[in-house]
Design a protein around this ligand. Structure first.
Ligand code: CA
Length: 343
């Protein structure tokens, strides 16, 4: 690996020399030759059709531009497909793997294959069990702290109801809320669901759930249908919507606006809706007065972190050498912080 890095340096120096002689064509030819020496970064994405992950992909691609050759594959939300893609990447001899698991519980299979091939592996976004990661000394994780997004939602709820006591529609001093959860077994979804309410309670609010927790697989349409059913049974009784992501929050807003709530029109009745991700659709809804707030999962910061760590790993250096990042107390995970977004 280090040899490759040296060769890359030398190639760059040669390119500079040629460019200085004014030989544009030669420089281009040499750039092609140099790209053959660039590290190969294999990226497995759980599915391309995910707004937040698209932001991460774009940032990662941009950050690696000119510094690495990227092999990227769409797992299409199917672990078997992703396993096949992994095999192909290992066969192609990538220098580092960046893996956004379809199913985080299947990570042990990835670790086995990557370690057998000696390829450093950076899991990101969907978090495998830390014990699984620790079985391979060249594996790490870059993600967020699942509890943080929920806690931030809990803090936002406190601010909203302090500012707008009239949102307590029935004036009983309690907040009647509905909860929209991503996936049933996803640790991130479970943590967001739990900590949003726990934090609101820790902030001194009384929380009362209306209906069951709606598990809508992060999906806008599924959430819209579930919200329509809840509103049909409880119109006027829902005072807050908490969603694990903006996709579902947008679905809830569609259901609300279908019956005249959250239309953004002056004087229209309003139920605060809070999501996570700060997608463009959510930012737009917030700016139009249809949604209260979201929690920014900084996809660009995530993409940049993956790029920096991947380049280190591909060069045979320690994951975090010379970077601004630090491992948390697990010793194998880098946490990119969340931030509240209220427009
Ligand atoms: Ca109330």
């Amino acid at each position: 690996m280090k040899k490759k890095f040296l060769a890359l340096l030398m190639a760059s120096v040669m390119m500079l020399g040629l460019a200085a002689c004014g030989g544009t064509d030669n420089a281009e030819k040499d750039a092609d030759a140099a790209s053959a020496e660039l590290p190969k970064v294999g990226v497995l994405i759980y599915k391309y059709d995910d707004t937040y992950i698209s932001t991460v992909r774009n940032a990662l691609t941009k950050a690696l531009d000119g510094k690495a050759v990227i092999e990227m594959q769409d797992g299409k939300n199917d672990q078997a497909t992703q396993n096949d893609q992994l095999d192909v990447m290992i066969e192609k001899g990538v220098d580092v793997l960046c893996v956004n698991m379809v199913d985080a519980k299947a990570a042990s299979g990835v670790v086995e294959k990557a370690s057998a091939a000696g390829i450093p592996t950076i899991f990101f976004n969907r978090e495998p069990d830390s014990d699984t990661i620790k079985t391979y000394d060249k594996a790490c994780f870059i993600g967020t702290n699942a509890a943080d997004a929920g806690k931030m939602q809990g803090d936002i709820i406190k601010e909203i109801f302090d500012e707008h006591p009239e949102y307590d529609l029935n004036g009983d001093g309690k907040i009647q809320y509905t909860m929209f959860q991503g996936e049933p077994d996803n640790p991130e979804a479970i943590a967001r669901t739990k900590y949003s309410v726990d934090q609101a309670v820790a902030n001194g609010l009384q929380m009362e759930q209306v209906g069951e927790t709606q598990v809508c697989n992060w999906d806008t349409e599924t959430a819209q249908k579930a919200m329509e059913a809840i509103l049909a049974a409880n119109e006027g009784k829902v005072e807050l919507v908490i969603a694990n992501n903006d996709g579902m929050a947008i679905g809830c807003i569609a259901a609300l606006s279908n019956i005249g709530y959250n239309t953004g029109a002056e004087g229209a009745p309003f139920v605060p809706v809070i999501g996570v991700d700060a997608t463009d659709a959510a930012k737009d809804a917030i700016s139009k007065g249809q949604m209260s707030a979201t929690v920014l999962q900084d996809g660009e910061a995530m993409g940049n972190a993956i790029a920096a760590v991947a380049l280190n790993a591909a060069a045979g250096a320690d994951f975090l050498e010379g970077t601004e990042y630090a491992f948390d107390d697990t010793g194998i995970a880098v946490r990119i912080p969340y931030a509240p977004y209220k427009g």
